[in-house]
Ligand binder design. Structure first.
Ligand code: EPZ
Length: 416
């Protein structure tokens, strides 16, 4: 039962909510921290399950960690004690464990990483990661579900990514940061989390230029020095709470955001008729008189984020017309459709396209979260549905949303 969320819908959400640190920046920066000897202190890291699992992996490979009084996390690294291997048991619980590949190759020249499992949103291969790391001199072999990699004579290189993969860009940046010579990554991912990783590594003495654009240049540094760094706010958590106001007919101030990171989400939300304003506290979202249907195509940043696709689908379920959603990033990210249909939604899926026909209302039902963002979208649907919704596998949601229940209750939702 502990993994089940019960939500009684029908109440407009009003008030203010503070966004936590970004999961997808924190996880990669935690992996990168093993590249510098000494104590790294990370501020604004969300206390979510994925961060807790990443802490277990850091401990397993020999780093010490400590949550401090001020809620920062200390990661103490003695390079002589770092084991360059992650176990299947822990890696299977967290795909981001694959980000140790680049960090370990960068600081130790070798790595044995358990292949991260696919999950409900797609097969999630690592071919682009491997191609980029091989260009920098890594030899790799995949056997028994592990990637064995070593780089005896690593050297800077030029890498062109067929697809601007976030993880591949991050792994290549981390290896390049400690690889002698100059590396250039073209068609790199431009997500804000990539910029945060580059800023963190540069604060430790790395020389990375161009993060946030599609060409990133890295001068390999001999040594990196541990220090203190604050993680950026989570733009996907922010977007999720912005939709919670629009879908329930309320008004919510979302605090602790970086507005530029939210522009693709703000633009789309305004198209649906919500009123969205930036002020010096954050972003205020006020629901419009009704929800207009809109079309959505997910794309790499700065396009509309795939991690917001399910949440927008929930909103469009009660719009005044038909919307077309095209998922261009993952090959299987419509798992939520069957669950929303149990709540009365009218959605048809053809390959990468979903057609959402707005209905007048959703009804509470027993549903299950298939992945983190689908779970978040079911929460949004439940907040506006008539009656009570029971969401099973809610553990998926707690992976990426810090204090979800408390934050929703503070906005007036009936959640337990
Ligand atoms: C990161 O995953 C995020 N996770 C995902 O967030 C996010 O959805 C995704 O980027 C896209 O923005 C973390 O940062 C921990 P990709 P990642 O490599 O790096 C294909 C969430 O909910 N691909 O950009 O795994 C891949 O199959 C999670 O917080 C290859 O084909 O995403 C996918 O179709 C979900 N070969 C597409 O690229 C490769 O070698 C995008 O994947 C790598 C990726």
């Amino acid at each position: 039962m502990k993994d089940t969320l019960f939500i009684k819908g029908g109440k407009p959400l009003n008030g203010k909510v503070r966004v936590s640190g970004a999961k997808n920046a924190g996880l990669v920066i935690m992996a990168a921290s093993i590249m510098a000897e000494g104590e790294t202190i990370l501020d604004n890291l969300p206390r979510i399950r994925d961060v807790e699992v990443m802490i277990q992996i850091l401990n397993e490979i020999g780093a010490q960690t400590r949550w401090n009084e001020d809620n920062s996390l200390s990661i103490i690294v003695d390079p002589s004690k770092i084991k360059t291997r992650t176990s299947y048991e822990l890696a299977k619980r967290l795909r981001a464990s694959n980000l140790f590949l680049g960090a370990m190759l960068g600081c130790s020249g070798e790595a044995v990483i358990s292949m991260p499992g696919g999950c409900d949103i797609g097969s999630r291969p690592m071919d682009l990661h491997i191609k980029g790391l091989q260009a920098l001199g890594a030899q790799t072999q995949i056997e028994h579900g592990y990637i064995y990699a070593c780089a005896n004579t690593p050297g800077g290189a030029r890498v062109y990514l067929d697809f601007p993969s976030v993880g591949a860009t991050e792994n290549i940046i981390m290896m390049a940061a400690r690889t002698p010579g100059t590396s250039i990554i073209e068609n790199a991912a431009k997500e804000p989390e990539i910029v945060d990783l580059a800023n963190y590594l540069n604060s430790m003495g790395a020389r990375i230029r161009g993060a946030g654009t599609d060409v990133i240049k890295v001068e390999g540094a001999q040594k990196l020095t541990a220090g203190r760094y604050a993680i950026i706010p989570d733009r996907i958590e922010a977007g999720t709470y912005m939709i919670s106001a629009a879908i329930t007919g309320g008004e919510v101030l979302v605090e602790n955001v970086i507005p530029t990171h939210l522009h693709p989400i703000i633009a789309k939300l305004q198209e649906t008729g919500a009123r969205v304003e930036e002020n010096d506290q954050g972003i205020v979202v006020k629901a419009g008189p009704y929800i207009r249907p809109v079309d959505i195509k997910t794309l790499p940043y700065p396009g509309f984020p795939t991690d917001m696709q399910s949440q927008m689908m929930a909103l469009l379920c009660i719009s005044q017309g038909s919307s077309i959603i095209v998922e261009n990033v993952f090959e299987n990210r419509f798992q939520i459709v069957d669950e929303l249909k149990r709540m009365g939604a009218k959605i048809k899926v053809e390959g990468h396209t979903a057609v959402v026909e707005g209905v007048s209302k959703l009804c509470g039902a027993r549903v299950k979260a298939t992945d983190l963002r689908a779970g978040a979208a079911l929460v949004l649907g439940a907040l506006v549905a008539d009656g009570e919704t029971e969401i099973d596998n809610a553990i998926h949601i707690f992976r990426g949303y810090e204090n979800l229940t408390d934050k929703l209750i503070s906005l007036g939702a009936e959640v337990k």
